[in-house]
Design a protein around this ligand. Structure first.
Ligand SMILES: Nc1ncnc2c1ncn2[C@@H]1O[C@H](COP(=O)(O)OP(=O)(O)OP(=O)(O)O)[C@@H](O)[C@H]1O
Ligand SMILES: [Mg+2]
Length: 214
């Protein structure tokens, strides 16, 4: 369902991705490792429609997203992608409930019952009206996971989702991502530099010198 063909990405003179070729099936759980600066986040951002490659095609469900106009790309991001970040990226001035609600509002949907179901599923009922600063790192990441899933995207992109958590909390977060992805048949692409975290994936990939290896 996701196919990358000869993807190349430059930032100025820096040739970050030098021809990435890969196919990721629906429902797959893939990890990507590689040294700092190797282009892991760049690759996720391309798949997530947050950036564009200089060369190559990214085919998602048969559509080449590199040919999309800006508007189409925005819709693609809003509907198909759920993003989970290392530093949670919650909005500080709105509550847990409101953070989780955001992707729905962006899609013009109001569905309180759905939000409550996610809050319950992620064990956040007691924090529903709290603000991000009142939450632990693990709790903040659970909010971010709920936010990434609330609009039922097909693809979850997770960039070092456990990078700012201790290993016990990190494992619990990974268990949760894996469980939820399997329950809902999501495709997950996970970037990590920790071997024990990539162990949660079904397929392990590695970026080196701008190329992706299985
Ligand atoms: N917006 C940008 N503008 C200019 N250069 C960039 C930009 N984003 C990334 N780069 C450069 O591209 C290269 C790859 O960056 P990227 O963030 O993808 O690496 P990474 O593998 O995610 O690293 P890390 O493990 O440290 O997060 C680096 O040399 C980085 O400096
Ligand atoms: Mg990165």
């Amino acid at each position: 369902m996701i196919k990358l063909e000869n993807i190349e990405k430059y930032y100025g003179e820096t040739h970050v991705l030098k021809g990435i070729n890969v196919e990721i099936e629906k429902g797959d759980f893939v990890s990507i490792t590689g040294s700092s600066g190797s282009g892991k986040s760049t690759l996720l951002n391309l798949i997530g429609g947050m950036d564009r490659p200089e060369k190559g095609r990214i085919i998602v469900d048969g559509n080449d997203i590199t040919s999309y106009e800006e508007e189409e790309l925005t819709l693609y991001r809003r509907k198909k992608i759920g993003f989970i970040f290392q530093f949670f990226n919650l909005f500080p001035n709105i509550s847990v409930f409101e953070n989780i609600e955001l992707p729905l509002l962006l899609n013009g949907i109001k569905n309180e019952e759905n939000i409550c179901r996610h809050i319950k599923r992620l064990g956040l009922e007691h924090k529903k009206d709290s603000y991000p600063y009142q939450l632990s790192g693990g709790e903040q990441q659970r909010v971010a996971i709920a936010r990434a899933l609330i609009h039922s995207p097909e693809i979850i992109l997770a960039d070092e989702p456990t990078g700012s958590l201790d290993s016990k909390t990190g494992s619990a977060i990974m268990d949760l991502i894996k469980e939820l992805a399997e329950e809902n048949r999501k495709t997950v692409i996970l970037v990590t530099h920790e071997a024990y975290i990539s162990g949660f994936a079904r397929k392990k990939m590695r970026i080196k010198d701008g190329v992706l290896f299985l």
